[in-house]
Design a protein around this ligand. Structure first.
Ligand code: NAD
Length: 295
């Protein structure tokens, strides 16, 4: 069992650190917010007074923070206090450029580094069923895998530094765009007098099929577990989808790639979120699209 430091004990990091404790690891945790520290202590995490204190002696350090700037600042702060040769894993969802800079900083300090963003949300973090998308060397991946298995079900090595973040934002851009297309299909069907169930029965077994339709159907009825059946409570909040779509935009601009549908999806989610719906499930965008004026 490893000696692990966990920095960022929020909605995701709190339950992830708790699962590491359950698996028998010794976990030293740190967060900036008192209430998060108290909640983590109740799950068996040994809460420390600073990030530097938490990482000293750790074989593995995991960061689970809001955005790239938080990750770069945190790594900059704790790296001098970490053991040489320790493995530093960032599981936050951040921009690919910042992720690569974090890898460089970690390696310059003599550490092994891995980006390992997740999908599965708070439910998956609590149940220990997250998917980890990993970027880094084969050595870093092999060392991280046993600890990641305590928090997730699918651990995928996607390639070198930043490849995990690239996989995450490309996947979520596809998800955002297919959700909007699916919502538009149901909104159009309603106006054409076609029932939601009839459209579902056809599209779910035809070429319109996608995860957005068959697992997260944006209208109540056809898929009983989808958020539409509970007034579009998340699930996966629209504000988080918007964050990921903006990261895809940044990555595309930096790589010089055109993603017109991804850009349109980002604009539509920005309007939905600015209308006060950031906390709704992202499939709730159907309610916004139903109200949109035809051109
Ligand atoms: P959160 O805001 O609940 O938690 C982030 C925590 O980091 C906060 O408790 C904050 O106090 C802490 N923090 C900030 N700076 C810190 C520092 N320097 N040192 C220590 N702690 C610090 O966010 P979350 O929902 O747990 O998400 C974390 C990351 O996971 C984000 O990048 C998010 O995009 C990603 N993610 C979230 C979900 C989800 O469903 N919530 C799903 C997949 C990925």
């Amino acid at each position: 069992m490893a000696n692990i430091a966990f920095l960022g004990l929020g909605n995701m990091g709190g339950p992830m650190a708790a699962n590491l404790v359950k698996a028998g690891h010794w976990v030293a945790g740190y967060d900036l917010v008192e209430s998060q520290k108290r909640a983590a202590a109740e799950t068996g995490v040994s809460v420390m007074g600073s990030a530097r204190e938490a990482v000293s002696g750790a074989d593995i350090v995991v960061t689970m923070l809001p955005a790239g700037r938080h990750v770069l600042a945190a790594w900059d702060d704790f790296l001098p206090a970490a053991k040489k040769g320790a493995l530093i894993v960032d599981s936050s969802t951040i921009d690919v450029d910042s992720s690569k800079r974090a890898h460089e900083a970690g390696q310059a300090a003599g550490m092994l580094t891995l980006d390992a963003p997740v999908s599965g949300g708070v439910g998956g973090a609590t149940a220990g069923t997250l998917t980890f998308m990993c970027g880094g060397s084969a050595d870093a991946f092999a060392r991280a895998k046993p600890a990641l298995e305590a928090m997730g079900k699918r651990i995928v090595h996607c390639g070198g530094a930043g490849a995990g973040q690239a996989a995450k934002i490309c996947n979520n851009m596809i998800l955002g765009a297919t959700m909007i297309a699916t919502c538009e299909g149901f909104a159009l069907a309603e106006k054409l007098g076609l029932s939601a169930q009839a459209l579902f029965d056809v599209a779910s077994t035809s070429s319109g099929q996608s995860w957005s339709l068959t697992s997260y159907c944006p209208v109540p009825g056809p898929v009983p577990t989808s958020p539409a059946n509970r007034d579009w409570k998340p699930g996966f909040a629209a504000s988080l989808m918007l964050k990921d779509l903006k990261l895809a935009q940044e990555a595309a601009a930096s790589a010089g790639v055109a993603i017109p549908l991804g850009a349109q999806a980002a604009q539509l989610y920005a309007l939905f979120v600015s209308g006060g719906h950031g906390g709704d499930d992202f499939s709730g965008v159907i309610n916004f699209l139903r109200g949109a004026q035809p051109p």
